[in-house]
Write a protein that binds this ligand. Structure first.
Ligand code: NI
Length: 135
């Protein structure tokens, strides 16, 4: 099994809050991330596809195709957007890195027809990232 990864980058703003909670509880749970007018992150995403390279091509997945899927399905829909307001597939979801990785998986998984989607890593900052493997 070989693991092939494509990276991409996007910048977005968001606000972490639970509309079911009072302001004080949101402030206590989410702290600075609950800032009413949002705040921004420079995100990095790594999408890994696993498979055995077929004899005919030697490629688990054509990296150009993976790059195009990632760009069209994710980056173009979230880059320079407010994740709470502008992104249809995140409506009603608290846009933490965890929830974003799950939402990205749901979009990308059916689009990966060569190999098998193995993991999505989403870096919200240099030190903080999450990984989702569809489990
Ligand atoms: Ni944040």
């Amino acid at each position: 099994m070989v693991y092939v990864t494509r990276k991409a980058h996007f910048s977005s703003s968001h606000r972490l809050y639970n509309p079911a909670w009072a302001n004080e509880k949101n402030q206590k749970v989410f702290g600075k991330c609950n800032n009413p007018n949002g705040h921004g992150h420079n995100y990095d995403i790594e999408v890994t596809v696993a498979g055995d390279p077929p004899h005919e091509t030697g490629m688990v997945i054509d990296l150009k195709k993976l790059a195009d899927i990632l760009e069209e399905e994710i980056v173009e829909r979230v880059d320079h957007k407010h994740l709470n307001e502008d992104v249809d597939f995140l409506k009603g979801i608290i846009p933490t890195a965890e929830n974003m990785a799950i939402a990205f998986w749901k979009i990308l998984n059916p689009k990966i027809t060569e190999g098998k989607l193995h993991s999505i890593k989403l870096y919200e900052s240099y030190n903080n990232f999450v990984e989702y493997r569809g489990e």
